[in-house]
Write a protein that binds this ligand. Structure first.
Ligand SMILES: *[C@@H]1O[C@H](CO)[C@@H](O)[C@H](O)[C@H]1NC(C)=O
Length: 309
């Protein structure tokens, strides 16, 4: 035990993405790039949307909210991983572990509900353009955002309390680079049947937005097919195509992770979690802004304003 002398008996040990030192160095370098890019990319999106009056509409307000959630989401796990690697420790306190898990679940859920709100917004814009401003009023926009945060948090606290009540009998080696709920449940020596049921239920609640997203895009698809002009078809597909890319990356990896029996988890699954913990929050700003001419114009203005002042 001399090696990890900074860690107390109550601390959990984060084994990392792969558990092998050479690969840990690789992931450290990777996250060292990903984290600042995520922060700067998402921050620029928020600033560009705030500063450009042309982008003061529901689609971009929702996008700014997604960026805000992504900034918090990646800040819950990546700085701790980077700091631990630099300090040569793998320890995280029990409280820190539960806090990390709670924030990660809350923000991850909020993220998925905001993605659903964005898909709904596009479906209304494309299939009911004449009613768009009444349906997506500022009030309903705020409701969608607040609702996302409320449901997101509601799907995090019960799991955190339940996990906090478990005993670990000295099994404190978490097979991941952050405190993931599945990895923690697997370590416990208590009866975790109820916890696992709740985790699967939570994964179900997490997937409700996916259903909304699929329904929204099916609606978009059929509306677009009825329109004879190829130009509008292409425009609709390019907007929705970029949303769908983010959505499939995000849900594909999350569902591959949590809709399984707990016995099938192992350290190699930590690599899957890298996708939704680190990669999708970084990609969001690029996928959304690179395809939007308005967004590019706003970013350009943002920079020229900073240079001239
Ligand atoms: C989030 O959405 C609300 C409602 O549209 C909006 O008022 C707010 O400015 C958005 N947040 C950010 C960070 O842009």
């Amino acid at each position: 035990m001399g090696k990890d002398n900074q860690s107390s008996n109550m601390d959990f040990i984060l084994l990392g993405v792969s558990g092998r030192q050479d690969q840990e160095d690789f992931f450290f370098i990777l996250f060292l790039f990903i984290y600042p890019i995520t922060l700067i990319g998402n921050l620029l999106i928020i600033l560009a949307i705030r500063s450009d009056i042309h982008l003061h509409n529901p689609m971009y307000f929702l996008l700014a909210n997604l960026s805000l959630v992504d900034i918090f989401f990646s800040s819950v796990t990546l700085p701790k991983m980077l700091a631990n690697h630099l300090l040569g420790t793998k320890a995280i306190s029990f409280g820190g572990c539960l806090t990390q898990m709670c924030f990660m679940l809350a923000l991850g859920n909020t993220d998925s509900y905001i993605l659903a709100a964005m898909a709904y917004d596009r479906a209304v814009a494309i299939s009911r353009p004449l009613h768009y401003t009444t349906i997506m009023s500022p009030r309903s926009c705020i409701l969608l955002v607040v609702g996302s945060w409320v449901v997101g948090n509601a799907n995090a606290f019960p799991h955190t309390l339940l996990t906090g009540g478990l005993s670990f009998c000295g099994n404190q080696r978490v097979a991941n680079f952050y405190c993931d709920i599945a990895s923690l449940l697997k370590l416990s020596c208590s009866d975790i049947h109820f916890n696992v049921k709740m985790m699967h239920l939570g994964a179900g609640v997490f997937s409700v937005p996916l259903l909304c997203i699929v329904i929204s895009y099916v609606r978009v698809f059929f509306t677009v097919l009825r329109v004879p002009s190829t130009k509008s078809v292409l425009k609709a597909f390019s907007t929705c195509g970029s949303h769908l890319t983010v959505v499939s990356l995000y849900y594909g990896t999350v569902m591959g992770m949590y809709f399984r029996p707990l016995t099938s988890y192992s350290l190699k699954d930590a690599v899957i979690t890298v996708m939704y913990i680190a990669v999708t929050p970084m990609l969001n700003p690029f996928i959304y802004s690179l395809r939007s001419r308005d967004m590019k114009a706003a970013l350009g203005k943002l920079f020229s304003k900073r240079v001239s002042s």
